[in-house]
Each structure stands twice: as C-alpha cells, then as structure tokens.
Write a protein that binds this ligand. Structure first.
Ligand code: FES
Length: 111
C-alpha cells in the first residue's frame, strides 16, 4: 500500500498509524475499468504465478515510476528488493515494469 504516496508494508503498518494520511491500495490502480500501465505490464509479460507477492510488487513499481519514469533494471530490482517472490525469479517482473515505463513514455510522446 501507499501511505501519502510512499510504499509501505501494510502488514507492519497499524491502522492507527494511518490516521490523517492518504492511503492507496492495489485496488486504487485501476481507473474507470482501465488497468494501470503497471498492471497491464504484469499481464502482458506474465509477471506473476501464484500472485501472493503481486499487490506489493504492483504498488512498489507504481511508486517507483511515479518518482523515476525511466528506471534501469538495477533501479527496479533495488525498488522491489523489499518484496519476496517465490515463483517468478523476478525477470518477468522487471520486464513488466520496463514495459509500463515504455508505455507511459509513449503516452507522454517521448518514445
Ligand atoms: S508470483 Fe508467487 S510469490 Fe510472486
């Protein structure tokens, strides 16, 4: 989840700590039936298997692209290093974030 736009672990964030702050969960990514480019990238690049880590990976990736629209693979791996994926080996997750970055760059007319 995001606390005032910053990704935090919802499992270690108490509700009382959120009082007065803006909270965004993975459900906030899709807008009016349109998936966020990060969600689209995960779908296109098959960046999940069991899906256990996916909400956290999506929210962390979204926050990264909000801060850094053109991350390197290393920057993506650093950003998601707080989340453990037992299934994918991370390669498709990194590719999915790069897909989203390219998609958004195209929407900005930069690619
Ligand atoms: S997709 Fe299964 S833990 Fe990441």
């Amino acid at each position: 989840m995001h606390l005032d736009g910053t990704p935090v672990k919802s499992c270690t964030t108490l509700a009382v700590m959120c009082d007065g702050h803006a909270i965004d969960t993975v459900e906030s990514l899709e807008k009016d039936g349109v998936l966020d480019p990060v969600q689209q990238g995960f779908h296109e690049l098959h960046a999940l298997h069991c899906g256990f880590c996916t909400p956290g990976m999506l929210m962390t990736s979204r926050a990264l692209l909000n801060e850094n629209p053109t991350p390197t693979d290393h920057e993506i791996r650093t950003a998601i290093s707080g989340s453990i994926c037992r299934c994918t080996g991370y390669k498709n997750i990194v590719s999915a974030v790069q897909w989203a970055a390219a998609h958004e760059a195209g929407a900005r007319g930069e690619a």
